[in-house]
Ligand binder design. Structure first.
Ligand code: COA
Length: 160
């Protein structure tokens, strides 16, 4: 058994080179744009790191979709380190950021095809209340960009 001391901090541009686990080159370009929004205060973008200070997991909180809540999105843990509790740590830190802004609700959307993530959110107190069709650009293995559409369950949690 190995125990890791984890720290959650803001993701910065220099981290992106180490975030290949989180998605395609297109996805990381989108994350870079989110870091610009973070500098404007519209989102928080977090990284969970161990001693080497390299991101093991990343994820954001967007304050624009719901003015009275923070929306958790783009959560990803390095595949080699999933199911060790790192996602739970990241969600806890994201919820703290929401509370630090004086807000008392967290929202998250999860694809119907991702029951494991949904189970984790429900275990942490999130309650499903809606389903919505969402769409975003994805990079195919040949580098082409395709529009991906998927049905997502919306969940929310009262933080206090
Ligand atoms: C979804 C995701 C972010 C969750 O992060 P994670 O680090 O795997 O989550 P956790 O380890 O905190 O919890 C997941 C499971 O591990 C278990 N677990 C947590 N801590 C544990 C520990 N110390 N020892 C053993 N198991 C543990 C949890 O009980 C949970 O079990 P469950 O799946 O049966 O509910 C991550 O798996 C991921 O990146 N998946 C791919 C991308 C994705 O789906 N993103 C979310 C989009 S909405």
């Amino acid at each position: 058994m190995v125990q890791l001391e984890l720290r959650v901090r803001d993701l910065v541009d220099a981290d992106l080179v180490d975030c290949g686990f989180a998605g395609s080159a297109l996805h990381l370009e989108q994350v870079a744009k989110e870091l610009e929004r973070a500098r404007r205060g519209e989102v928080d973008y977090l990284a969970v790191c161990a001693k080497a200070d390299l991101p093991l997991a990343i994820g954001g909180v967007d304050y624009v979709p719901h003015p009275d809540a923070g929306s958790l999105w783009q959560f990803g843990v390095h595949p080699a380190l999933q199911s060790c509790g790192i996602g739970t740590v990241l969600i806890g830190a994201a919820e703290q950021r929401i509370k630090d802004r004086g807000l008392d609700r967290a929202e998250i959307g999860v694809e119907l095809s991702n029951p494991r993530a949904r189970k984790l959110y429900e275990r942490l107190g999130y309650v499903a209340y809606d389903e919505r069709l969402e769409a975003w650009d994805q990079q195919a293995p040949d580098g082409s960009i395709v529009r991906y559409e998927t049905l997502c369950t919306q969940l929310r949690k009262q933080l206090r």
